[in-house]
Design a binder for this molecule. Structure first.
Ligand SMILES: [Zn+2]
Length: 304
């Protein structure tokens, strides 16, 4: 029997926004790099979550928790409460060859990168302070997890809490050997953690964009290309041959517009301008009124 996270992980809004922008405008090289790192990082976290589905016993899994302590916000990829310990995870999806030298991480070409061990240490300190402030003194065990099977660290330190891809199986086995029963006290602590969770503002540090700048048109749900066509009830992609129901595709467009432009009023005109492919406005209005509350009247109709 596996454990479901009490706070599951969702695709971050910021990643979605970057993905939409990458499809609809040209990003700078730096922005593209940043976007790819977001995609890759999330991919690694999803792989980590799959692995954690194999956990047994009573434990609480809390993902992507954003807390503030000492006027500093910090995000933990994963926190797992067990009976006698709290395991804190920093998950990285680095791919390729890296080198560890005098306390620093380098790519083999010699660029130094942010030391993920420092990030983990900092998170551990802040989490400890937070937990102590709510009266929780369970020991914290920090782990830096490298998920990507194509990751190698030369001159790897052996006295650091690092789990390499080849050690993941063994790590899980050992983890599951620790018996765990949770009490009301554990539940109280995890509740307090969850209620202190902050909502990240995804609109910070974004490329600047305006409605007029973005390429319009419906994209394929799978490969994000604009090469789609309307065939009856279906939207067909000519690149990857993915088929999606028109209604689902329209709803996807609405979510896209709302995330990119949170202040925009969703009207049939706006959605039509965004999707391009659906010429019949009555058809659009039907889909919108089926899925949203209709506000206003006549040409002032909008959807919430
Ligand atoms: Zn496609």
């Amino acid at each position: 029997m596996s454990i479901l996270p009490i706070k599951p992980r969702f695709e971050p809004d910021k990643l979605k926004i970057y993905r939409y922008l990458n499809t609809r405008m040209s990003l700078t090289e730096k922005e593209i790099k940043y976007y790819h790192n977001l995609e890759k990082g999330y991919e690694g976290e999803v792989m980590f979550d799959r692995l954690m589905e194999n956990l047994m016993e009573e434990r609480h899994i809390i993902n992507d928790l954003l807390l503030e302590e000492n006027n500093t916000t910090f995000q933990s990829d994963s926190i797992i409460f067990s009976q006698d310990t709290i395991d804190l995870f920093e998950v990285k999806n680095y791919e390729g060859n890296f080198k560890y030298e005098s306390g620093k991480f380098y790519t083999l070409s010699g660029n130094d990168i942010k030391n993920p061990l420092h990030q983990l240490e900092r998170n551990e300190t802040l989490l400890r302070q937070f937990l102590q402030s709510i009266g929780c003194y369970l020991p914290i065990e920090p782990h830096l997890i490298f998920m990507n099977p194509n990751f190698t660290l030369y001159q790897a330190p052996n006295n650091k809490p690092i789990i390499y891809p080849t050690q993941l199986g063994q790590f899980m086995e050992k983890f599951n050997m620790k018996r765990s029963k949770l009490t009301n006290k554990h539940i109280k602590f995890t509740d307090q953690l969850l209620s202190a969770h902050l909502i990240e503002n995804p609109y910070k540090v974004l490329p600047s964009y305006r409605y007029e700048m973005l390429k319009k048109g419906m994209t394929c749900a799978k490969c994000h290309s604009f090469s789609i066509s309307l065939e009856g009830k279906w939207i067909d992609c000519s690149i990857c041959e993915y088929k999606e129901l028109v209604e689902a595709a329209v709803m996807r467009c609405v979510r896209e517009i709302s995330l990119l432009f949170p202040d925009i009023k969703i009207t049939a005109n706006v959605v039509q301008d965004w999707c391009r492919v659906i010429e019949c406005k009555r058809r659009l209005s039907r889909i919108l009124s089926k899925n949203f509350a209709v506000k206003g009247y006549g040409k002032w109709t909008y959807y919430e």
